[in-house]
Design a protein around this ligand. Structure first.
Ligand SMILES: [Mg+2]
Length: 269
C-alpha cells in the first residue's frame, strides 16, 4: 500500500478481507500499551487493561508470538501487563531488544547526563506543570497538567535543544521524549524482533505519534492499525476507538486458529 493514503476502517468491507488475507502462522502480533491495550486515563500510573482484552491477549500470547512495544520503561509496563509477553520492549524500542545490553548501558549514561543538565535548565519544572520522568534509557517531559500547555511545550522544546549530547526529540500526547540518537525507534525495533523470531510478517497496533515510526515503514510485510481514524496517519488501517481492540483480538485469534488448523489438516492430506 502507498503510504499517505487515507486510512481504511479495519472492520469495513475493504478492511476485513485485508486482515483475513494478511494473517497466517508467520505473523508476529505487536501492540502499543497506553491508548491501545489500555484506555488513556488522567493519571498514567492508573491505566488498566480491560479484562476482556487482557484475557484474549494472554490466550494469543500462548498460541502466537506477541510483542508489546511501549514508551514506558519495561519494568513499569510489566506491572500493568500482569503477564509476560514473548517480547516486551520499553522506552519506545530502546529497551529490551535481545543482545543490546551494552548499548542500553550507554543509553542510561546519556540519560543521567541529561537529567543533571535538566535540573539546571528547568530548576522548578513542576511549578509550570512540567513533570520530568526518568525512564532509565529515555526521559519524558510531561506537560498534560500545565495550565498553559502551549507555553510549557515551547519551553520544553527550547530546553531539549540545549542538551548535550544532542538527543532525538520524540513528541507524544502532551509529552516530549528525550531519546538517545542511536536508539532504535519502534519501527526498527519491530523489524529486529521479526528477524529474531523468524516471523516474516507483523501486525502492529498503536495510537500515538511514536507509533508512526512503525506505520511509516515502507514494508508490505507490516500491517499497521491505528486506534482512532480521525487524524492523519501513515497507518494503512484504523479502528474507531480503543474499545474496538477487544473485537480485533477476537478476529485475530479466530483467523490465527483457523490458519493453524488449515496447516495441520494439509499435513494429513
Ligand atoms: Mg500509545
Amino acid at each position: 500500500m502507498t503510504k499517505g493514503n487515507p486510512m481504511i476502517y479495519l472492520f469495513s468491507d475493504a478492511g476485513r478481507p485485508a486482515l483475513r488475507n494478511f494473517l497466517d502462522d508467520s505473523t508476529l502480533f505487536a501492540f502499543d500499551l497506553d491508548g491501545t491495550l489500555a484506555p488513556i486515563v488522567a493519571d498514567p500510573a492508573r491505566i488498566v487493561i480491560p479484562k476482556e482484552i487482557w484475557e484474549q491477549l494472554i490466550y494469543l500470547n500462548r498460541i502466537a508470538p506477541v510483542a508489546i512495544i511501549t514508551g514506558r520503561a519495561r519494568a513499569d509496563a510489566q506491572k500493568h501487563l500482569g503477564f509476560k509477553p514473548r517480547f516486551l520492549l520499553g522506552n519506545h524500542g530502546a529497551e529490551g531488544l535481545p543482545g543490546r545490553e551494552k548499548q542500553e548501558e550507554e543509553f542510561c549514561r546519556y540519560c543521567r547526563e541529561w537529567l543533571d543538565q535538566l535540573e539546571e535548565l528547568i530548576p522548578r519544572a513542576s511549578e509550570s506543570g512540567i513533570v520530568v520522568e526518568d525512564k532509565g534509557k529515555t526521559i519524558s517531559l510531561h506537560y498534560r497538567c500545565a495550565s498553559d500547555r502551549d507555553a510549557a511545550v515551547e519551553r520544553i522544546i527550547e530546553v531539549i535543544g540545549k542538551l548535550n549530547p544532542v538527543p532525538r526529540r520524540v513528541p507524544g500526547k502532551y509529552v516530549e521524549n528525550i531519546v538517545p540518537n542511536d536508539a532504535p525507534h519502534k519501527g526498527e525495533a519491530l523489524l529486529q524482533i521479526m528477524g529474531h523470531t523468524g516471523c516474516s510478517k507483523a501486525l502492529f497496533v498503536g495510537d500515538d505519534a511514536t507509533d508512526e515510526d512503525v506505520f511509516g515503514l515502507e514494508d508490505d510485510h507490516v500491517l499497521g492499525v491505528r486506534v482512532g481514524c480521525e487524524t492523519s496517519s501513515l497507518a494503512d488501517y484504523c479502528l474507531a476507538d480503543q474499545k474496538e481492540i477487544a473485537g480485533l483480538l477476537s478476529s485475530i485469534i479466530c483467523l490465527y486458529d483457523r490458519s493453524l488448523q488449515d496447516k495441520t489438516e494439509s499435513l494429513f492430506l
